[in-house]
Write a protein that binds this ligand. Structure first.
Ligand SMILES: NC(=O)c1ccc[n+]([C@@H]2O[C@H](COP(=O)([O-])OP(=O)(O)OC[C@H]3O[C@@H](n4cnc5c(N)ncnc54)[C@H](O)[C@@H]3O)[C@@H](O)[C@H]2O)c1
Length: 268
């Protein structure tokens, strides 16, 4: 029980962890934070910058391996999980975070090909990662799986049709999987970030800065600012660790309060 545990500074000491989408943004920040908390990290991304993430971890004395893989490929996902077991002796934590936005394309401009591509990465990728990770964790009777959903999966207004549908799917996946894994000791949760400055949203921030309107970014949430990747990484660390030992099947908004309210005219 949580109350019986002596708090330790390193929350994932000696744990084996997979983080997907770790070449950039939220995934990189999480891989670095998990490693700083003692995890041995399999850092996954289809982008070559994944090597840089692992170099950053090793420079600070952490253990990590880089894998250039596509989370929408079942064969790649099987290899990702096998690598964690082979390199680090098991799998304790899996953060299925890789995703693509597809931009704010309008309903009528969205093609079936675009819709399918986004679902393949964001939803099928999360499903495959969760499924293969859970197999290993169930055999050990313990483990934590975290997925990155989005506020776009809770309400409209934060993404295009395929992106929002994919993230709503991730929330349902997490709820359903947590219940199907009943009695196994494996927890499954999702984080629903609001607007965070990362590779995915860089064009929004660059555009606003070029016009001198960056002060308007994030003004719809009560904290009146955008979030940082490290602010999501700390929630991922909490859910991954035993600190969240009784948190299961939840989709946790981390959005400065955006999703807590109906649209209102901001007070001056
Ligand atoms: N940035 C935001 O405002 C925001 C808000 C809500 C949710 N999210 C979600 O957070 C997650 C991380 O995104 P981010 O904001 O850090 O963006 P990012 O673009 O900085 O990072 C996403 C990473 O995922 C990788 N990736 C994409 N498709 C992949 C695939 N098929 N296989 C392996 N890797 C793949 C990319 O190469 C990239 O490195 C995504 O799931 C995204 O939908 C982001």
């Amino acid at each position: 029980m949580a109350s019986d545990r002596v708090p330790t500074a390193k929350r994932l000491a000696g744990r084996s962890a997979v983080v997907t989408g770790a070449a950039s943004g939220i995934g990189r920040a999480s891989a670095l934070l998990f490693a700083a908390h003692g995890a041995h990290v399999v850092a996954v991304d289809r982008a070559p910058e994944i090597e840089e993430t692992v170099s950053m971890i090793r420079r600070t004395g952490g253990r990590a391996v880089a894998l250039a893989k596509d989370v929408s490929s079942e064969r790649d996902v099987a290899e990702i999980i096998e690598t964690a077991v082979r390199e680090f002796g098991g799998l304790d934590v899996c953060y299925a975070n890789a995703g693509v936005s597809g931009g704010l394309v309008s309903l009528f401009d969205t093609t079936v090909e675009q819709f399918t591509e986004i679902l393949n990465v964001n939803l099928v990728g999360a499903f495959l990662t969760l499924k293969y990770a859970a197999r290993i964790m169930v055999s050990k009777g313990k483990g934590s799986i975290v997925c990155t959903a989005s506020v776009a999966g809770l309400k409209s207004g934060a993404g295009g049709v395929p992106y929002s549908a994919s993230k709503a799917g991730v929330i349902s996946l997490v709820q359903t999987a947590a219940n199907q894994l009943s009695g196994t000791g494996v927890r499954v949760n999702a984080i629903c970030p609001g607007l965070i400055e990362t590779g995915m949203t860089q064009p929004i921030f660059d555009h606003a800065r070029s016009r001198g309107t960056e002060g308007k970014i994030g003004q719809l949430n009560p904290l009146r600012r955008a979030g940082h990747a490290s602010e999501i990484a700390h929630v991922a660390l909490f859910l991954a660790s035993d600190d969240a030992s009784y948190v299961n099947g939840q989709a946790l908004p981390v959005d400065g309060g955006l999703s807590s309210s109906l649209p209102v005219v901001p007070r001056r």
